[in-house]
Design a protein around this ligand. Structure first.
Ligand code: ADP
Ligand code: MG
Length: 342
């Protein structure tokens, strides 16, 4: 194993210089990236800017016992890009704050940045600055992203109408089951460090937990289809909670149908093994980072056969409340958070 460099050995400025290596900019609106007191951005005429920030705290949002730093770096960027996407905007620039305790090495932080660079490439966004400090504890990441959309195209949570269709991208519940698998393997490892992790059968759900993708592809596709959602939100806390957010902001109720919820086969299999109801995992498991959005009924034709978008129900009059309709046709009021362990 090659020598690892303690962060204290090189100091803040040398670290920033090393992190800066390999970071290039690609957005025409980025005039100046890392290196000055602030980045310079030239907003594209006719666009509106959106801005969002997320904090990731070790021990609260991630566990380095099973989350590789490269994946963590990728995820830190992806969750911000997901918020930008949820506004129907495209990310352009971001800044990253890193606070790391004495057990982290220069190489560890470089690994983190390797993941961030991959994500910046995947989402076509520029890392234009940040801040770096020591910490007495673990690792904290703060990412702030800027995005843009043609003026008037930004989509809020509040634009849904009672007759709109409710749609989700991708599939739900996998990230939560991935976390169950990783927690189980961690406990097995703590009990007996000789055990080898058994992750092969759970590749899909584990990857959904460790390396979620922001659905920027869906934003591009909706534009191509000429569909502008009336309201939108990304699914970070679970479908039920996000449906309730949309309903509250839009002043509507909703009806979603259990039989339409998109759940992938590996998720069904893992749920069976953990004795969990896959529907509950889809409704209340967090961190799927799919998009939940509403469209006018007139867009039904454009979306009904889309391989990666599922119509799961529709909004309704506020008085009806937000309900989950079971296969037997029974309506149950939607509730956020079925897991007391959160
Ligand atoms: P200041 O004293 O103004 O905060 P710094 O020395 O912290 O300046 O930062 C110098 C440059 O390096 C700035 O452009 C800043 O945005 C950038 N930078 C600092 N830390 C990071 C980081 N973790 N990731 C990316 N860029 C960083
Ligand atoms: Mg600074």
């Amino acid at each position: 194993m090659s020598e690892l460099t303690p962060l204290t050995a090189i100091g803040e400025f040398a670290l920033i210089r090393r992190l800066q290596q390999g970071i290039s900019t690609r957005q025409p609106s980025t005039v100046l990236g890392i290196g000055d007191d602030a980045a310079i951005i030239a907003p594209t005429p006719g666009t509106e800017l959106v801005m969002t920030t997320d904090l990731l705290v070790e021990g609260i949002h991630f566990d380095l016992a099973f989350c590789p730093l490269r994946h963590l770096g990728y995820k830190a960027i992806a969750v911000n890009v997901s918020d930008v996407a949820a506004m129907n905007a495209l990310p352009t620039q971001l800044v990253v704050g890193v606070s790391a305790g004495p057990r982290f090495t220069v190489e560890a932080i470089e690994e983190l940045y390797a993941g961030m660079r991959l994500a910046c490439e995947a989402y076509n966004v520029d890392l234009v600055g940040g801040d770096t400090t020591a910490s007495r504890g673990g690792l904290t990441l703060a990412v702030t992203a800027l995005g843009e959309a043609p003026a008037g195209d930004v989509v809020r949570r509040s634009g849904g109408k009672p007759t709109d269709l409710l749609c989700v991208s991708g599939d739900l519940g996998a990230a939560f089951l991935g976390l169950q698998v990783l927690e189980r393997e961690k406990q097995a490892f703590l009990a007996d460090p000789e055990t080898q992790p058994e992750l092969a059968n759970y590749e899909y759900v584990v990857q959904r937990q460790l390396r979620p993708e922001a659905r920027l592809d869906i934003i591009h596709e909706l534009r191509e289809l000429g569909v502008r959602p009336t309201s939108m939100i990304d699914i970070s806390d679970g479908l039920a909670s996000e449906v309730l957010h949309l309903c509250e902001a839009s002043g509507t109720g909703a009806r979603i149908f259990t039989e339409f919820l998109p759940i992938a086969n590996p998720t069904l299999e893992a749920a069976a093994e953990f004795n969990l109801d896959p529907i509950t995992c889809a409704l209340n498991g967090g961190e799927d980072y799919e998009l939940l959005f509403t469209v006018p009924v007139t867009d039904h034709e454009k979306l009904k056969n889309h391989p990666d978008i599922t119509i799961i129900g529709h909004l309704a009059a506020k008085e009806e409340g937000a309900n989950l309709v079971t296969k037997a046709g029974q309506a149950v009021p939607l509730q956020a958070q079925g897991w007391t362990s959160f």
